[in-house]
Write a protein that binds this ligand. Sequence first.
Ligand code: MN
Length: 200
Amino acid sequence: MMSRTDGSSTTITRTTRETHVTVELDPKAPGLDVAVPTFGHFLNACLTTWGYPARVEAQGDIEVDPHHLVEDVGIVLGQALTERWPGYRDIGRYGWAVVVMDDARAEVAIDLSGRAGSYLGQVPDGPVNGLDSEVFQEFWHGLARGAELTVHLTIPAGLNRHHRWEAAFKALGLALRQATAPRVGTLSTKGVIGRAGGDC
Ligand SMILES: [Mn+2]
């Protein structure tokens, strides 16, 4: 994992009438302040597993529906990835992981492809601590759009919905660890990733 050593950081702030979200990569003071605690718990699992220094602050109209905030955190985290690694040069690009957590098993594969796509399968149906599972799905869709990445998530096993989602967020963290690991050059037959190219 290659954090920046020159002290510079990447900060994306997004303010709408619904939410105020900031994501900073390589911050001086990493930490999480997310107004939806259950989502914050899952996000913390993801960021911890990724192992990259990050700060996330997210407030918003959660009394209307937490899904605004959860989706926007995904978008802003994704935008921070594109800003931190322009053109996704000099990193692994692909990442995948299978994570078990007690009864639950989640599988994630990502491609920092420059093309947004999110494919979720066998995700839990029903609430976690009062939050419908649809809320957590919004994070994955937002991340794919913000980062212009492709993600496939499947959660084929598990009795406990909390375990199933937490395994998924940990698997995403491991996939990000692999996809953002340093390598030389752009891993693309076209030689470029993003609006100018892609690789399909
Ligand atoms: Mn937990």
